[in-house]
Ligand binder design. Structure first.
Ligand code: NAP
Length: 244
């Protein structure tokens, strides 16, 4: 009997959940539980971590999971590494639904860095107006450059004080569009964008906006994840499930 665990948290995961529901598949959708109001899914849902590799192995066994689809964000490297290890241990089939990384094109001004520290290092010491498009994690790393202004776009309003002294916070959930992001960046006089190389369409708007405005992007490369089967579209995942 096929029973699927879908590791979510992305637009693509939600699109796959719809297809699985339409196809009448037996599947569980898993969220880390990072946002206050996660988007509801047409599958049975669970929330929160599994408790590392051991916890995930235990979950896979007790729930009778036969297939895992890892559709987490490309920067959720811990979850993805855990899925590789746990599926190998439990003998469960695994594939990742992962977008292609973005590539700099005509008119783009990118400075590629390997991690958050590199992104901080790439910013001026002071006077920049930075669209820090990295979500709520890792903001503290930028506190070493407190004399820049930071525009933050977050899913939920921050609970405590932010680690950065000079910020504008906008509460919004993607997908975003290029015209809206261009207006936002112009309104805030943005001089630099810091982005994770997530890939995909919904988060690409800021890149198009930066290109139109001639604003440089500090682009953070994806973290490494152990080898696994990678599929690029929801259709490819559905086909993989049909044939396995
Ligand atoms: P992470 O660092 O790879 O994961 C940390 C821990 O969170 C994992 O070890 C796991 O806990 C738990 N976890 C993560 N994703 C989970 C899921 N789908 N279901 C159950 N537990 C999960 O991940 P992260 O970067 O904090 O991202 C958390 C979630 O936000 C992911 O679902 C991801 O798709 C989404 N997201 C992340 C980003 C980003 O930039 N990182 C952007 C957009 C959306 P245990 O070890 O206890 O199992």
């Amino acid at each position: 009997m096929m029973r699927i665990l879908l590791l979510g948290g992305t637009t693509e995961a939600s699109a796959l959940a719809k297809q699985l529901a339409v196809a009448g598949r037996d599947a569980v959708f898993s969220y880390a539980g990072r946002t206050a109001r996660p988007v509801s899914q047409p599958l049975s849902m669970r929330l929160g971590g599994f408790g590392g590799v051991a916890g995930l192995v235990e979950y896979l066994r007790s729930e009778g999971i036969s297939h895992v689809v890892d559709a987490t964000h490309p920067f959720a490297a811990q979850m993805s590494a855990n899925a590789v290890a746990a599926c190998a241990e439990a003998g469960v089939a695994l594939c990742a639904l992962e977008r292609q990384p973005w590539q700099a094109g005509e008119g783009d001004s990118w400075l590629s860095v390997t991690d958050m520290q590199g992104a901080v290092g790439a910013l001026p010491q002071s006077g920049a107006r930075v669209f820090l498009a990295i979500g709520k994690q890792n903001l503290d790393i930028f506190a070493t450059k407190p004399d820049n202004h930071y525009l933050l776009r977050l899913v939920d309003a921050p609970e405590g004080a932010l680690p950065l002294p000079d910020t504008t916070v906008i509460i919004a959930r993607g997908p975003f569009d290029a015209a809206g992001d261009q207006a936002l960046m112009a309104q805030h006089g943005i001089t630099h964008v810091v982005a994770k190389n997530a890939g995909g369409v919904g988060a690409e708007a800021k890149l198009q906006a930066a290109r139109a405005l001639g604003v440089p992007i500090v682009m953070i490369d994806r973290p490494q994840v152990p080898d696994r089967k990678i599929l690029r579209t929801v259709g490819e995942v559905m086909t993989w499930l049909e044939h396995s």
